[in-house]
Design a protein around this ligand. Structure first.
Ligand code: DQA
Length: 153
């Protein structure tokens, strides 16, 4: 296990951050998100490996191997949040903490975004703080790791 490494995983369409629906997701890019997570993690002595995919199975593959290379995961499953039993089962299958993050406040949007398949098996969830939420999620996962590394809250 990578004791001082975090894995940042972003799901579908997040490669288009900055161009995609800026009124909802802001103007910052995925590169900005990665820089923010790396800078935050660095303050606590953690390195960050990052991964983005538009493909559900590729996200499952990354979650399955996460505990071999990292002590915790920051995950924005994007649209798969609301649909993916496969992602949920992958999260359940690992023992390191996973913190779910959403840029937008999914609870004041369409009703299909109000349900998360993945949140119940995550250590915590950050919602509605824009891209700054990635900093909060990074602090949250480090807190979980350093308070014993348990995946459940
Ligand atoms: C999102 C919210 C999801 O509902 C949506 O499908 C996304 C982004 C967010 O970060 O706010 O792609 O996960």
């Amino acid at each position: 296990m990578g004791t001082k490494r975090l894995l940042l995983i972003n799901g579908p369409n997040l490669n288009r951050l900055g161009k995609r629906e800026p009124d909802t997701y802001g103007k910052q890019t995925l590169e900005d998100v990665i820089r923010l997570v790396k800078d935050t993690a660095w303050e606590y002595g953690y390195e960050v490996e990052e991964f983005q995919s538009n493909h559900e199975g590729d996200l499952v593959d990354q979650i399955q191997v996460a505990e071999e290379k990292a002590a915790g995961v920051i995950l924005n499953p994007a649209a798969y949040t609301h649909t993916s039993v496969a992602l949920r089962d992958a999260i359940s299958s690992i023992s390191i903490p996973v913190v779910e993050i959403h840029i937008s406040n999914v609870h004041n949007r369409e009703s299909f975004r109000h349900t998360s398949m993945t949140a119940p098996v995550c250590a915590g969830q950050v919602v509605g703080f824009g891209v700054d939420g990635y900093r909060l999620a990074t602090l949250g996962v480090i807190n979980k790791i350093e308070s014993g590394g348990r995946k459940e809250s």
